[in-house]
Write a protein that binds this ligand. Structure first.
Ligand code: ZN
Length: 251
């Protein structure tokens, strides 16, 4: 059995087909750009899946064969069915890693796992983003400097309505003055979740060296050492127990 990390990159794959401004940046789709970018990093077996595939690209067989799912969605969150959402949630709880990118903060899967609104402020003004590395000893930040910059990005600002992260990995500063918790990790069940903010569909963010490095690091980190389904089993005692005390005999 291979020890490679089996990664599935899922994309709703809508705007790249319908919007010329998006197609110009990601002609084959964001999932293909990410797949190409991760090819520079060893140790992955990568497949891609899209909303238009059978079972919305996320059949049980696909998820069982996935160590880490990378999620891109924006316009079609509502088209992801409750069945698909429940399936992905169940696999994360069993130990499948999940990396949610940018506008995936609004995905049903992300909201189901975190249990909050996951709302934020936003502005499309092509401003500069400076992403500060708050956790230099964390596996996700290896090879990343104290900070890196993206010349043009959409602004995401606080307050980001998510549960307190288990650890805050990155915080972003934007030219317009806002800050944002851009890299957060949580555990849900046996599954590891990483939210990573960069990546608006009309900017070439997913060709950025540091952005790809972070996603590759996160994909390695998010592979859980176990995969366990839920079970509420009746448990036999390990030792001989004294007979149960019967109720009082006399009143
Ligand atoms: Zn965006």
């Amino acid at each position: 059995m291979s020890s490679a990390v089996r990664v599935t990159i899922w994309n709703e794959f809508l705007q790249e087909r319908e919007d010329e401004a998006v197609r110009r940046v990601y002609p084959e789709g964001i999932h293909k750009a990410l797949e190409q970018g991760l090819r520079d990093y060893p140790g992955f077996m990568i497949r891609t899946a899209t909303l238009g595939d059978p079972d919305q690209g996320l059949a049980d067989a696909v998820l069982e064969d996935t160590d880490v799912l990378i999620w891109w969605g924006h316009k079609a969150h509502a088209a992801v069915t409750d069945e698909t959402t429940a399936r992905v949630q169940r696999h994360v709880l069993s130990g499948m890693g999940l990396i949610v990118l940018h506008s995936g903060h609004w995905a049903k899967v992300f909201k189901a796992l975190l249990g909050t609104h996951c709302s934020l402020r936003w502005r499309e003004a092509g401003e500069r983003e400076r992403i500060w590395n708050l956790a230099p000893s964390h596996p996700i930040t290896q090879g990343v400097d104290d900070y890196f910059e993206i010349d043009q990005e959409e602004m995401y600002g606080e307050r980001f309505d998510v549960p307190e992260p288990d650890q805050l990995i990155f915080v972003s500063w934007f030219q317009g003055g806002e800050v944002f918790r851009s890299g957060c990790v949580w555990e849900r069940g046996h599954g590891r979740i990483f939210y990573f903010r960069p990546g608006h569909e009309t900017y070439p963010t997913y060709y950025h060296r540091d952005v790809l490095r972070v996603i590759a690091n996160a994909a390695r980190w998010a592979k859980a050492p176990v995969r366990m389904d839920d079970a509420c089993a009746m448990s036999e005692p390990l030792e001989t127990l004294p007979p149960p005390v019967s109720g009082t005999e006399e009143e």
